[in-house]
Design a protein around this ligand. Structure first.
Ligand SMILES: [Zn+2]
Ligand SMILES: [Zn+2]
Ligand SMILES: [Zn+2]
Length: 257
């Protein structure tokens, strides 16, 4: 079974939308979608059963997940009908939830989008002239990735190599270093290696020798802290010391400098 992650709840319109592109699509509540909460992973490429439904697809105009199994494609927040692109997702419904899944995801019979119906109101629907979504049919249960980001290790060779896991899959990471002398620096966005893999792990090399900064020179830095942060606001801290030979000692997870 394959899954695609980076699907998130939009806290403005309540639709499930794909947050893995450089922008956030078109929201029925105006502007772009605004992500909130868990990172859902949707299965595709599997056979359907009595408790799953297929024909759920990404709309390349508004980025919402919508049901493409009817004769029409529903009302798109970007105008006209939704425009399907990519995989056919196969989603579970009416099954027990676990610690890593959420129920009350429903089909909207006005706009055909998947939306979260577990709040006190039903969001904003393009198919209802700005009114709320209208749930119909099955109660979908979607699985999410349990983010618990951690820095696993720091090694020093001719550069710092920071490794970590459980970050938002495929996100660009920024590593910030705070040195005991008071100076600080961060990796430049787009730095080689500073991207989480599809399983949320990373191994990011950061140059040490000759790095700009008056207080940063091997043999003079006694301790430093590292913060690794993804683009969804998930972060992890670690701290350690550098001995006289430049080796990392006293590595500690979850400690700021
Ligand atoms: Zn939205
Ligand atoms: Zn659309
Ligand atoms: Zn709707």
């Amino acid at each position: 079974m394959s899954v695609q992650s980076s699907w998130q709840f939009c806290q403005k319109c309540y639709a499930l939308f794909y947050n893995g592109r450089s922008d956030q699509g078109a929201c029925a509540a105006g502007g772009a979608h605004s992500p909130h909460g868990d990172n859902f992973a949707l299965p595709y490429g599997i056979a359907t059963t009595a408790s799953t439904q297929t024909s759920w697809q990404f709309c390349q105009k508004c980025y919402a997940l919508f049901y493409n199994g009817r004769s029409g494609q529903g009302a798109c927040a970007a105008g006209g009908a939704h425009s399907p692109h990519g995989d056919d997702f196969v989603l579970s419904h009416d099954i027990p939830i676990t610690s890593k899944s959420q129920a009350f995801w429903r089909f909207c019979q006005n706009c055909y989008a998947m939306f979260y119906a577990g709040r006190s109101d039903q969001g904003v629907c393009k198919g209802a002239a700005g009114g709320p979504h209208s749930a119909q049919g099955d109660n979908f249960v979607l699985s999410f990735i349990d983010l618990n980001p951690v820095i696993d290790n720091i090694q020093v060779t001719d550069e710092f190599v920071v490794t970590g896991s459980n970050f938002f899959p495929s996100d660009q990471l920024t590593l910030s270093y705070e040195l005991s002398g008071g100076s600080a620096f961060s990796t430049v966005p787009g730095s080689a290696g500073c991207v989480a893999a599809s399983d949320g792990s990373f191994s990011c090399p950061t140059p040490v020798q000759g790095y700009p900064g008056p207080d940063f020179e091997l043999g003079t830095v006694s301790s430093f802290g590292v913060t690794a942060r993804d683009q969804h606001g998930n972060y992890a801290l670690a701290s350690c010391q550098v001995d006289a030979e430049g080796s990392i000692v006293n590595f500690q997870k979850g400690q700021s400098a």
